[in-house]
Each structure stands twice: as C-alpha cells, then as structure tokens.
Design a protein around this ligand. Structure first.
Ligand SMILES: Nc1ncnc2c1ncn2[C@@H]1O[C@H](COP(=O)(O)OP(=O)(O)O)[C@@H](O)[C@H]1O
Ligand SMILES: O=C(O)C1=C[C@@H](OP(=O)(O)O)[C@@H](O)[C@H](O)C1
Ligand SMILES: [Mg+2]
Length: 173
C-alpha cells in the first residue's frame, strides 16, 4: 500500500506520516527530506538560491522517483506538492491520498515558531500576517486538496482514526 498525506504546512503530514508508517510497518519518506538529500541543501536554501519554479521541478521529479522506487510506503508530501506539475494525478493514480484538514487558526498556532524554516511563509512574521498568508494559500489550494478521496479533520487525525478510515475505505473500494 502507498499512503500519501497532503495538506497545508503545519497540518501534521510529517508528524502523522511517521507515526502511520510505524503502525503499518511501512517505510516512511518525507518528500522535503528526499529533495534536501538529493540536492544536498535545505528547502529554504533551494528557494533562496533558485526560486520556487526550480523547487517545484525538483519536487515533481523526486515524487516520481520515490513512487517508482517504493511500491509500499507512507509519504508525507510538501504543502504545495498536489498543486503543481500534475503531481496530484500521480498521487491519485498510484496510492491512497489522505487530506489532513486543519483550520487556519490552528495552523497559525503550530507554525508561529517554525515559519522561518518554511520559505513560503517566512515573509509573514506576526500572527495576523501569517493568518492572511495561510488563508490566501488555502483558498488557492482547496481545489486540489479536496480531490483526495480520504480526509480527516484536525481533531480526529490520530493514527487509530486513520487506520479505521482506511480499512473502511479499502473494503468499500
Ligand atoms: N496533531 C497535532 N497537534 C498539535 N500539533 C501538531 C500536530 N501535528 C503536528 N503538530 C505540530 O505542528 C508543527 C508542524 O507539523 P508537521 O508534521 O511538520 O506538519 P507538515 O509536515 O504538515 O508541515 C510541528 O511543530 C508539529 O509538532
Ligand atoms: O506549502 C508549500 O508550498 C511548501 C511546504 C513545505 O512543506 P510542509 O507542508 O511540510 O511545510 C515545503 O515543501 C516547501 O517549503 C513548500
Ligand atoms: Mg512536512
């Protein structure tokens, strides 16, 4: 089984993805970590040195390489992954895609510390600016995220809840 986690920065894709991989005894990959490894530099450095378009190309290529390499895994994508280069079609066509749906106010709470290492959010320094940035980003991305066949809300995104969701989904499909 390939399980893909999608959603906004701060939704918990990396955190929950790692826990789900342990629970399912599957390899875990974080797409940002894979890009960092291939490139030998951080996501923030890639954005600063090469710009977003270059990052999106590397992201698309790395996604395809990971999918080809591993027939079974849990993959935490980056927040923008499903929105560029037909990546969502790759996800939908090769595994189960789960959208972690988290309200902007909760994302702000989680990200206030970490925005500096997330280049798309870095210009938003205070809570009001971060809220505005996340609102705009979510509005633009909703059309992609909402195509995921599986979704869970912030409050119910435990490992056990996802396992239950997935087993119901697998028996019904
Ligand atoms: N369920 C949760 N409840 C509270 N905080 C969380 C939860 N999941 C993740 N976090 C925190 O939110 C931040 C972003 O989590 P992360 O897994 O990196 O999200 P993503 O990979 O979706 O950007 C981290 O500081 C993490 O500890
Ligand atoms: O939302 C985005 O466009 C991005 C999210 C980041 O991943 P997280 O969602 O894990 O923060 C990372 O891929 C990059 O900084 C771009
Ligand atoms: Mg992440």
């Amino acid at each position: 089984m390939r399980l893909y986690l999608i959603g906004m920065p701060g939704a918990g894709k990396t955190t929950l993805g790692r826990a789900l991989a342990t629970a399912y005894e599957l390899p875990f990959r974080d797409l940002d970590e894979e890009i960092t490894r291939r490139e030998g530099r951080s996501i923030a450095t890639i954005f600063a040195a090469e710009g977003e378009a270059y990052f999106r190309e590397q992201e698309a290529a790395t996604l395809r390489a990971v999918v080809q390499e591993l027939p079974a895994l849990v993959l935490a994508t980056g927040g923008g992954t499903p929105c560029f280069h037909q990546n969502l079609d790759v996800l939908l066509g090769t595994g189960h895609t789960l959208y972690l749906e988290v309200p902007v106010a909760e994302l702000v709470r989680r990200l206030q510390q970490a925005a500096a290492s997330r280049p798309l959010l870095a210009p938003a320094t205070d809570a009001a600016a971060l809220t505005e940035r996340l609102r705009e980003t979510l509005a633009a991305r909703q059309q992609f995220y909402s195509r995921a066949p599986l979704r869970c809300a912030a409050t119910s995104c435990s490992v056990a809840a996802v396992q239950q969701l997935l087993s119901r989904y697998q028996t019904s499909s």
